[in-house]
Design a protein around this ligand. Structure first.
Ligand code: NAD
Ligand code: UGA
Length: 438
């Protein structure tokens, strides 16, 4: 049992707090958002993440997990402090480090005993050294501390199992004893632990996200080529994936990647490269393809409808992917804006992200389920591939629509089945249909 403080209780911080508590440690989780902390104390989760509520409640009850807005309280007994605050995109795509700075300054001013400060936020290469400087500059009197980088690789929607079963733990530090102490904390996760210097650990995180984003843009480019040449990208991906050097994962063509990470992290890495005189050509192409892919999907519908004026378009799924309520950089926003700006009416349904979507897109009409969504619309577009969309009653849906047009931005459905049901169906990269690109 170790004493841990976690700063920031968003997707990463709350998962980290709950999982370390569940492993038997005593965790105090802190946020500057008072409402979040108040709600967490009552068992109300600030985010939708499957399985999280149960673990949080279990550990609150066991007395291993507490929530606070007070840095004094969080740091009082802490040996380890995890910084898990947001690092959103700032000017020119540069990571905005204001929350990291704020957290580091407050830790420095509050700490009254030696601490190991662990950076879990995704931060530009060099930030670990910068955090060390901030701590030194802001300590009222010198107290020992070490900074360790421990990038997080979890995905939203599967955060708990990703955290508990990581492929690897990466630790970066110039202080070997501190890195070893953090390694001990991670031993129950039984993953390979790699210890490196701070900058390399920070770079591993960016390179990993950039590579995954590259796989997605690669397969989306293949999808475009498949459309031009009459091949089926789903089968192409399956065929490629059997090659163990390639692997089957992250080769799903669709409407492009979104979320709080790939868009901002690829951009931040490109920015770092640019300002240091390296020309990130591949990263630029990855971002361009991704942006183009969102437009490519909505233009499939525009081609069929000719104009969006007075047309009602239903978005099936609004979050950036399934099993999350996160709307950050969701392709649904690009698609909705495109339709809205051209005089169309946008309606949406998502099992978890309705409130967040409505806050971003006040013009969005909401539906209580996929059937209400479909009633009277000119077209449906699949944005997020939630399980509950996989076996809908498509006869009922077809009969309730004004026009039976289905744009499948996630290749969720079988094109032939949908066409036999009477839909005008377009997937992504599904080869020719009637001699034309799908
Ligand atoms: P988030 O926006 O969900 O949560 C951040 C939290 O930090 C908020 O609750 C905010 O109120 C709090 N906060 C901000 N400043 C603070 C301060 N000074 N003191 C205390 N709390 C403060 O963010 P997130 O999605 O959890 O991401 C956090 C970091 O982890 C980012 O760098 C992100 O790139 C990285 N990351 C995210 C994921 C993911 O799936 N979301 C996965 C891996 C890594
Ligand atoms: C991603 C990474 O997968 C995590 O390892 C990382 O920790 C995290 O970013 C982060 O740094 O924050 P996440 O954004 O939660 O996790 O979700 P993913 O499952 O990676 O999906 C990202 C986007 O790519 C989604 O829009 C998804 O629909 C899309 N995607 C994913 C595809 O279009 N095709 C695929 O084959 C896979």
């Amino acid at each position: 049992m170790r004493n841990i403080a976690v700063i920031g209780v968003g997707y990463v911080g709350l998962t980290t707090s709950a999982c370390f508590a569940d492993l038997g440690n005593r965790v105090v989780a802190l946020d500057i958002n008072e409402e979040r902390i108040e709600n967490l104390r009552k068992g109300i989760m600030p985010i939708y993440e499957p399985g999280l509520k149960e673990i949080v409640e279990r550990n609150i009850q066991a007395g291993r997990l507490n929530f606070t807005t007070s840095y004094e309280e969080a740091l009082r007994d802490a040996e380890f402090v995890f910084i898990c605050v947001g690092t959103p995109s700032g000017v020119d795509g540069e990571a905005d480090l204001r929350y990291v700075r704020m957290a580091a300054e407050t830790i420095a001013k509050t700490m009254d005993h030696p601490l190991i400060i662990i950076n879990k936020s995704t931060v530009p290469v060099g930030t670990g050294d910068w955090v060390s400087d901030i701590i030194k500059e802001n300590q009222p009197k010198p107290i020992d501390f070490a900074v360790v980088s421990c990038p997080e690789f979890l995905r939203e929607g599967t955060a708990i199992s990703d955290f508990m079963n990581p492929d690897r733990t990466v630790l970066g530090s110039t202080n070997r004893a501190a890195a070893d102490a953090v390694a001990q904390l991670h031993l129950p996760l039984r993953a390979p632990i790699m210890v490196t210097d701070l900058r390399t650990a920070e770079m591993i995180k960016y390179a990993s996200n950039a590579f995954l984003a590259t796989k997605i843009s690669f397969i989306n480019e293949m999808a475009r080529i498949c459309e031009a040449l009459g091949a089926d990208v789903k089968e192409v991906a399956t065929g490629m994936g059997y090659d163990q050097r390639i692997g089957p994962r992250f080769l799903e063509a669709g409407i492009g990647y979104g979320g709080s990470c790939f868009p901002k992290d690829v951009q931040a890495l490109a920015h770092m490269a640019n300002i240091h005189g390296s020309n990130p050509q591949l990263l630029q192409a990855v971002m361009d393809i991704n942006h183009g892919q969102r437009l490519h999907v909505i233009r499939k519908l525009e081609e069929i409808l000719e104009s969006f004026e007075q047309k009602i378009v239903g978005l099936l799924g609004l979050a950036f992917k399934q099993n999350t309520d996160d709307m950050r950089e969701s392709p649904s926003i690009t698609v909705a804006e495109y339709v809205h700006e051209r005089g169309g009416i946008v309606r949406g349904y998502d099992p978890a992200a309705m409130a967040n979507a409505k806050a971003i897109m006040p013009y969005l009409q909401t539906a209580k389920d996929p059937y209400e969504l479909a009633t009277g619309v000119d077209a449906l577009i699949v944005i997020a591939p939630w399980n509950e969309f996989k076996q809908l009653d498509f006869v009922r849906i077809r009969d309730s629509m004004r026009q039976p047009i289905l744009i499948d931005g996630r290749n969720l459905y079988d094109p032939d089945t949908m066409r036999q049901l009477g839909f005008t169906y377009r997937g992504v990269g599904r080869g020719y249909h009637n001699g034309k690109a799908d």
